[in-house]
Design a protein around this ligand. Structure first.
Ligand code: XMP
Length: 534
């Protein structure tokens, strides 16, 4: 993966086309700006605000769009830093104070108190976990419909110990006196707890009070309005340009293609590369779906090339890099067959960007769909879904009338079964895994479990064990089944599959898939495990 800077990833927040290439006018979709000071939960704030049908953009703390008339309010996120830390992210508060309603969350609240003369000190013990509001100022609009006793989620090392003279405390817990404050007579609030976290039971209500009642948000951001705005913007920005898009068979690239197809029709060419590590029969089935959707799509079987390059390679990141590069090479050749192509479209969604980073800039795992291609091909980048979460992408797809089996598909990693074959890859191992995976997935569908699960698959383990089949001893491979629930892939829980279902799948796999004599079930959650094994 190329080295992506955090502010580049977060971009200027424009839906549609990245800021590097285009600075054309915004339309007037009103928005809340969330200034990101690097907290792990910043994107959750975004999710919660979007769930209120309010459009919002998450922007690096130092990139506030001062001349954007569509901003109706600002939220300052938490941060891994203390306000005293020399690396702490700071802003000139005067640029927003008095101009927009402002809500500071955790560090955001500490920062605003601190720069106005309040004090912030290390908490005696780190305050982490559930707490309950023991007092709320009656009538404060931020706490409308929230009652004393409401559970809030605390997660901070520092605490606000005194507020500036012209601020007033508006809520407390038993151990945190200044759980929330307001600047007197101003539309400026700070909360020490995290309303965006699920465990803050009235957190969504608090955010609603802020964005709807205080900021005056109209809650008019829906899948339909997203489609209309995005299609109009794509038409304006792409004009008659030719665009090429890599389809993966997954929901994201398919929805991106449908959206672009609506905007520019046959000026979009989609390329679907078979790297040989797709699911059983997937290439043919999905290609057919795409054609039925009216997409201009080219299918390329490049499996021999990928198997050749991957032979003998077992290091996970190396495998990903080979597939990423191979994909780029194949794609490049195909794209050059299209005359005058100017743009590369990708189905990158928000968690793809975030997952590839941490605040320290360390790569967690290189997702091959977020880098490499545009530089190599000298194309401008178009990512119409880059600010959407998975569930929002699905809503957009449904609204576009895409077939439900395509929309409801589980996510599938770009490098495909390669990251589910531990160790080196051979066509035979892929065959074994495809057969086992097909039995598992088909069984999930038949049992009505598929839609209850975020993602499921089988992993081929580099383990052989002794078994007995008929009168013979066997020494064959083990597979692990993985099925998880999640809302966005950032965290996940293993799914409690019924025992009789597991028993049947295990029997079917061992009886029908040549080469497998043992089936295990992966009961790890993310974190600390990841969804994929590599
Ligand atoms: P992990 O394994 O990191 O996965 O918990 C989170 C989600 O991302 C998918 N995934 C990938 N998607 N390229 C992709 O396009 C990749 O290299 C990749 N690795 C993981 C994974 O399937 C899950 O949905």
């Amino acid at each position: 993966m190329r080295d992506i800077r955090r502010d580049e990833i977060l971009g200027n927040g424009e839906i549609g086309l990245t800021s590097r290439h285009n600075n054309q006018s915004h339309n007037m979709q009103e928005k809340i700006i969330i200034l990101d000071f690097g907290s792990q939960t910043t994107q959750l704030i975004g999710r919660r605000v979007r769930e209120l049908n309010m459009y919002c953009e998450i922007i690096p703390y130092n990139k506030f769009p001062e001349d954007d008339p569509s901003v109706i309010g600002v939220i300052l996120s938490g941060s891994p830093f203390s306000v005293y830390d020399e690396r702490a992210f700071k802003i000139e508060l005067d640029k927003i104070r008095g101009k927009y309603p402002v809500l500071g969350i955790c560090y955001g609240a500490q920062f605003m108190a601190y720069v106005n003369g309040g004090s912030v000190e290390p908490a005696e013990s780190r305050e982490y976990g559930r707490a309950h509001l023991s007092w709320i100022e009656t009538g404060n609009p931020l706490f409308k419909d929230i009652e004393v006793g409401s559970q809030v989620w605390m997660s901070h090392g520092d605490t606000i110990t005194s507020i500036p003279d012209n601020f007033e405390v508006i809520a407390s817990t038993d151990s945190v006196k200044i759980a929330a404050y307001q600047a007197k007579g101003e539309k400026l609030w700070g909360v020490q707890f995290h309303p965006e976290v699920y465990h803050s039971t009235d957190g969504t209500q608090l955010l609603k009070n802020f964005v709807v009642d205080i900021c005056g948000g109209k809650q008019d951001w829906t899948a339909q309005s997203f489609i209309e705005t995005t299609v109009a913007r794509l038409r304006e920005q792409l004009g008659d340009d030719k665009v090429v898009l890599g389809l993966s068979g997954g929901v994201d690239s398919s929805v991106a293609a449908a959206l672009l197809n609506k905007a520019i029709g046959s000026n979009l060419t989609c390329i679907f590369v078979d790297h040989g590590m797709l699911r059983k029969n997937e290439f043919e089935n999905v290609l057919n779906d795409y054609k039925c959707m009216g997409l201009n799509v080219v299918g390329v079987d490049a499996s021999a090339k990928f198997f050749g390059e991957l032979a003998g390679v077992s290091e996970p990141e190396r495998k990903r890099k080979i597939i990423g590069k191979g994909f780029i090479d194949v794609f490049d050749v195909e794209a050059h067959k299209i005359k005058d192509v100017k743009w590369l479209a990708q189905g990158t969604i928000y968690p793809d960007c975030i997952e590839s980073l941490s605040i320290t800039g360390t790569t967690i795992k290189s997702h091959h769909n977020v880098g490499g291609l545009p530089e190599k091909m000298n194309l401008k980048l178009c990512e119409p879904l880059r600010l959407l979460f998975k569930d929002e992408v699905r809503r957009v797809g449904r609204q576009l009338g895409m077939p439900e089996h395509l929309i409801g598909r589980h996510p599938f990693p770009g490098p495909g079964l390669a990251v589910r074959i531990l160790g080196d890859i051979t066509p035979e191992k892929v065959r074994v895994l495809q057969d086992a995976d097909d039995i598992f997935i088909t069984s999930l569908r038949k049992a009505g479990l598929y839609d209850k699960i975020w993602q499921a698959g089988v992993i081929l383990l580099p383990v052989r064990s002794v078994g007995v089949m008929g009168d013979e001893r066997t020494y064959e491979q083990a597979v692990a089944l993985r099925a998880v629930t999640s809302t966005d892939g950032m965290t996940a829980d293993w799914y409690p599959l019924p025992y009789d279902f597991m028993a049947k799948v295990s029997n079917d796999i061992i009886n029908k898939v040549r080469g497998v004599n043992r089936v295990c079930y992966d009961i790890s959650s993310k974190p600390p495990a990841t969804i994929e094994w590599e």
